[in-house]
Ligand binder design. Structure first.
Ligand SMILES: [Zn+2]
Length: 255
């Protein structure tokens, strides 16, 4: 099982590319790349100001019918594992057991200096104290699946640094332009290799980090079933393609 942003749209977390998304790839800025993030304090200030606002909504999201259906399916023994491209932690919140969070989790923060991992909620409290009233004055901002919010005036935002070494902090998620850690890729290939079929849910498979597992399953002659609103890059490899949403389709499909 491979899941993407479409699984979380019914939890109120928008999709970058799905039809429900309000952001057009032409006019709206995409997510910040890794290269831009590490370019210096100005980019990090821009990132964290927007993410600070996005976090308020991200942290309140709860699993929907699709997350719960997958956990229930796992308990029957028919589902051997889930590889997710989502960083929202909702599969974890639904109790999914065998899970690889391919792109990391937005709830964790990593120091680029000493690699220490810390809790995002703690950083949020620190940033709130450093920037009183900042989020409250921007409640109308729209957010993206990675917790990014659309805010322009970020120049006055005060950053927090690593408490151990003073280094810059980054959410512990894989940015565009950054590689997925090898260990996670290998665990994902192992899950796909052990399964009899691959079900793809709510991903347009635009990034290779997910598409490669579809290619592997197809190459091994395994059935590939794709449930997604709109076209995906894996459609020509699919045994069955269902153009539908996840939360309304999945419980019925698994039953
Ligand atoms: Zn550090």
């Amino acid at each position: 099982m491979l899941t993407g942003a479409g699984v979380s749209t019914d939890s109120g977390i928008p999709d970058y590319r799905g039809p429900r998304s309000g952001r057009s790839p032409v006019q709206a800025p995409g997510p910040m790349t890794y290269q831009e993030f590490v370019s210096g304090a100005a980019a990090q200030q821009r990132y964290w100001a927007r993410a600070h606002i996005g976090w308020g909504r991200m942290s309140q999201a709860v699993p929907n019918a699709a997350h719960h259906a997958l956990r229930a399916y796992e308990l029957t023994g028919a589902l051997t594992g889930v590889v997710t491209q989502n960083v929202d932690g909702l599969h974890e919140a639904a109790g999914q057991g065998q899970l690889v969070a391919l792109h990391g989790r937005i709830e964790q923060v990593v120091c680029l200096g000493c690699r220490t991992l810390t809790d995002r909620a703690q950083l949020h409290a620190t940033l709130s104290a450093l920037n009183p009233g900042y989020a409250a004055s921007r409640t109308g901002a729209t957010i993206a699946p990675d917790g990014d919010a659309h805010v322009e005036d970020t120049a006055g935002f005060v950053l927090a640094a690593c408490e151990r070494c003073g280094g810059p902090l980054k959410p512990d998620v894989v940015f565009f332009g950054e590689n997925v850690p090898v260990e996670r890729v290998e665990r994902s290939y192992a899950l796909v290799g052990a399964a009899e079929a691959l079900l793809v849910l709510g991903s347009s498979l635009q990034v290779m980090s997910g598409l490669r597992f579809v290619r592997r399953a197809a190459k091994d002659g395994k059935p590939v079933v794709i449930v997604n609103r709109g076209a995906t890059r894996g459609d020509d490899l699919a045994t069955v393609k269902l153009d539908a949403g996840c939360a309304e389709t999945l419980p019925a499909l698994l039953a």
